[in-house]
Design a protein around this ligand. Structure first.
Ligand code: TYM
Length: 335
């Protein structure tokens, strides 16, 4: 019991707003699997975040369970970790509002992800897209989180979470633990296969830009063979060759080989065999996960038992923090 209490807390989540890509897998999920023994982990399916962009209800429902299945299939043990759906724990929305009143418009308008997305969606931007980093801060702060394993694109949001927590602690009294980001050395930013200056994203319009965790093997092979490279013809981990560099990163994170080893292995060979091997590495990494996801999705009762269990624990911990915050801000406690 002592040991359980001494464990540090991890919180992370993925939005069920599209099909998950190998960016989500290599930048986040694969690392969670490595951390689960050492930490008390909360892994959430952040459905409230997904609705910052309009979702088709039945797709949101399907994807929410698919993301849960992917967590488990990738190796997150539901017995050891708390797996739950964000909307099942109302404290996220409640703390989100309280923190919104402790966050400045200026801070939110500096968020690069908001700036990028608002450019893409023009005038039809939901207020939720602007406020979304505050909900993310609430997610993290509710669990007195020590560490947040994410890809590099979430770093700025995490810095904001820290600022909000520090400001609250100073204005009232110490309430929140200040969370640290945990960004992997390799794989923290998997790039778009067609435009390797951009991050690979599940919301891209071009399906050749990304590989989905659930893409069948023949699709993976086709997408990798079409991945943009260059005319240099040398397998080199270099900023002059962003497409090739990205493929080396993918191969390296999956196989554990260093980029230098990979460069040596393909010396004098051009790109054909290299690309084939990258595709096969991805296929053999994803095939067992895909099989397990399909099995899990056919057993809704099991999935339900997992998220119900997770919700119970998450609600308990989250409500403790929420009550503290409410009390400190001057709300009359419910008896
Ligand atoms: P989301 O759903 O966009 O992505 C989930 C995770 O995948 C990582 N990721 C990538 N990593 C490497 N290369 C890529 N191309 C790539 N694309 C995505 C993301 O960095 C993230 O770790 N706001 C978050 C979800 C969230 C959250 C939280 C995360 C909500 N609340 C609390 C941590 C803690 C998001 O939109 O991630």
């Amino acid at each position: 019991m002592e040991q359980q209490e001494a464990k540090k807390v991890i919180f992370s989540g993925i939005q069920p707003s599209g099909e998950l890509t190998i960016g989500n897998y290599l930048g986040a999920l694969k690392n969670w699997v490595k951390l689960q023994d050492e930490y008390d982990c909360y892994f959430c399916i952040v459905d409230l975040h997904a609705i910052t962009v309009r979702q088709v209800p039945k797709d949101l429902r399907r994807r929410t369970l698919e993301v849960l299945s992917i967590y488990i299939a990738a190796g997150i043990d539901p017995e050891k970790n708390t797996l739950f759906i964000q909307s099942h724990v109302p404290a996220h929305s409640e703390l989100g509002w309280l923190l919104n009143c402790n966050t400045y418009m200026g801070e939110l308008s500096r968020m690069t992800q908001y700036k990028d997305k608002s450019q893409r969606y023009g005038n039809n931007i939901a207020a939720g897209l602007f406020n979304y980093p505050v909900l993310m801060a609430a997610d993290i702060l509710l669990y007195q989180t020590d560490l947040v394993p994410v890809g590099v694109d979430q770093k700025q949001h995490l810095e904001l979470s820290r600022d909000i927590a520090e400001r609250f602690n100073n204005a009232y009294s110490p309430t929140f633990k200040i969370p640290d980001p945990y960004i992997p050395k390799a794989g923290a930013k998997i790039m778009d296969l067609q435009e390797p200056t951009k991050k690979m994203s599940k919301s891209s319009d071009n399906a050749n830009s990304y590989i989905l965790i659930m893409d069948p093997p023949e699709v993976i092979r086709k997408k990798i063979s079409r991945a943009v490279t260059d005319s240099i013809g040398v397998v080199k981990y270099s900023d002059e060759q962003l497409g090739v560099k990205n493929l080396i990163t993918i191969l390296s994170v999956i196989t554990g080989k260093t980029p230098e080893d990979i460069e040596k292995e393909y010396e004098g060979q051009g790109y054909a065999q290299f690309k084939k091997d990258v595709a096969e590495a991805i296929v053999s990494e994803l095939e067992p996960i895909q099989k397990k996801v399909k099995e899990l999705l056919s057993d809704k009762t099991y999935l339900e038992s997992i998220y119900k269990n997770g919700t119970e624990k998450a609600n308990y911990v989250a409500n403790k923090t929420l009550r503290k915050v409410q009390k400190k801000m001057g709300f009359i406690p419910k008896k």
